[in-house]
Ligand binder design. Structure first.
Ligand SMILES: [Zn+2]
Length: 260
């Protein structure tokens, strides 16, 4: 009898550790009971008796769930279900030096996609005060060109304000995750090709577009602001381009000069 035939007759032994299995069972239990953030979970001693494992095993499993941000120990209330902070969990593994190149690239690309994609939120949610605040951030912007060296602090202040304007807390915390990666990818030469960017849109010009509250123009402007980065990631290691010309053709250059 071959192994495959035998496999269909004898079920495989669950070789996961006891802690793994308890962790899975607890998760199943939370889901089946439809527990919501703030709901208490049974005591360690009750879980231990119900599952027939030691309190040490229960405690270790609960500690894992705590690390994942799914449960939280509260004074006088015992352990409760918690809505996990997704960004906080990701943050723990976002160490640029430890991430491999393809993950770094993916994360870098994600930042570009988010910033172009959030144009509608920014345009519809920016208050007049927000726009004033942006003007004061960009007022000292030297005549930046596409060649200007990437100034991390200035980038964070400007783009951070845009994330803040969206009013989306998860998106906002993503920024603090993505920017260090962006900076790392840039400074380590992971993406170091230089391109001429004929349609570069500066921060100042972006604020000007935002003042006119035109989401399409803002999206387009942001796309051109980030054009060098898009081009960098779309160039293959052998120097050949990945649809770069097509990208250029499908996007209209924003007519900044028509705004004043
Ligand atoms: Zn920028």
């Amino acid at each position: 009898m071959n192994t495959e035939d035998l496999k269909s007759l004898i079920p495989a032994v669950d070789t996961r550790s006891l802690v793994d299995r308890v962790e899975m069972n607890l998760m199943d239990f939370f889901i089946k009971r439809n527990l919501k953030p703030g709901d208490p979970i049974p005591k360690e001693i009750e879980l231990s008796a119900a599952m027939g494992v030691s309190r040490t095993v229960i405690r270790e499993s609960l500690n894992r769930l705590k690390t994942m941000g799914l449960v939280e120990a509260k004074k006088h209330r015992g352990t409760i279900i918690k809505s996990p902070d997704i960004a906080e969990i990701l943050q723990k593994s976002m160490i640029p030096r430890i991430l491999n190149e393809s993950t770094l690239r993916d994360v870098f690309e994600m930042r570009l996609i988010l910033e172009v994609g959030m144009a509608d939120l920014v345009v519809s949610r920016a208050s007049d005060e927000d726009i004033e605040a942006l003007f004061s951030i960009v007022k000292d912007e030297s005549l930046q060109t596409a060649d200007t060296l990437f100034d991390v602090d200035y980038e964070i202040r400007f783009h951070g304000k845009l994330y803040e304007i969206t009013g989306n807390d998860t998106l906002k915390s993503f920024q603090s995750l993505l920017l260090p990666i962006f900076n790392y990818a840039y400074s380590t030469g992971l993406i170091n090709k230089h391109f001429e960017n004929k349609h570069y849109v500066s921060h100042k010009e972006l604020v000007e577009i935002l003042r006119h509250r035109d989401a399409d123009k803002f999206r387009n402007g942001m796309r051109w602001h980030l054009e060098n980065h898009f081009k960098r990631i779309m160039i293959n290691p052998d120097g050949s381009a990945e649809n770069v010309t097509e990208t250029e053709a499908t996007l209209n250059s924003p007519e900044i000069s028509s705004l004043s």
